[in-house]
Write a protein that binds this ligand. Sequence first.
Ligand code: EAX
Length: 323
Amino acid sequence: MQLTRLLGGLMLGLGFAAAALAQTTMKISISTAQNSHQGVAIDTFAREVEKRTGGRYKVQTFYNGALGGERESIEAVQLGTQELAFSSTGPVPNFVPETKILDVPFLFRDKAHARAVLDGPIGQDLLTKFDAKGFKALAWAENGFRHMTNSKRDVKDPADLKGLKMRTMENPVHIQAYKAFGIITTPMAFPEVFTALQQGTVDGQENPLPVIISAKFEQVQKHLTLTGHVYSPCIFVMNKGTFDKLSAADKQAFVDAAKEATKANRARVDEDDAKGVADLRAKGMTVIDNVDKAKFVAALAPVQADFEKQFGKAALDQIRNYK
Ligand code: EAX
């Protein structure tokens, strides 16, 4: 009894102490559902920030584009009206043009290659490019490799893409490449995509399996082809002023929380990639998984030549050959 009372008193004391400490709440948002690889990322991040700062910082999580699409969220973070966002690189080149190189199609062999590049000196150097634009980029994470879906036909060959009206991200590199496939490109923010597919405003879209599954695109798309035409990184961005005001230890806590979140995010992407095709087939999609990738690569040869001019062959080779 003595002990219980003592413990009770201690906990009460601790409670008061915690309440006396200033507690700061911050916001973070994603455009996909909570039950997704991005939801796992920000939920883990919020938990880790709270744990690593002894509860002095709380991160409020928003899903499904509740605070706006990815471009709007990044803008809000830049302005400081929102402290944090987790986004694909879709709209990022409009803020930090140096990241464009990561959106080049067929640049990465597989997820292990992409993750190694992002975690290595190339990716870490790119994170520093956000500083001058009003951001602190905490860590890279991912969506995974993007695949094509549409409501019109099985895409077995690049020629089958000709004339398909497809929603794309607001990303200049993607748009240039997809035009080279003969796609009629319609850039659009993610929260509008389901309705656009449902109403037939566009025939198709492209996204990794984790996004297709969590957005339930199988309800409005019949055909999926595992083109894996481009790797889709994600990033944790924070308002620079907000980050700079943190103590050195808290800065480290935020960075470490983002790294921990990336681990959980990547594990979920692997899980979704492993079961995604069977899942989507069971829900009625036709999935072309024996893709002759070389044909799709060849179809982009002219545009790749232009990317080599834009980004420099040396910079692209440095990524391609990274071990
Ligand atoms: O970040 O806009 C997109 O297609 C993105 O891949 C999606 O919002 C997940």
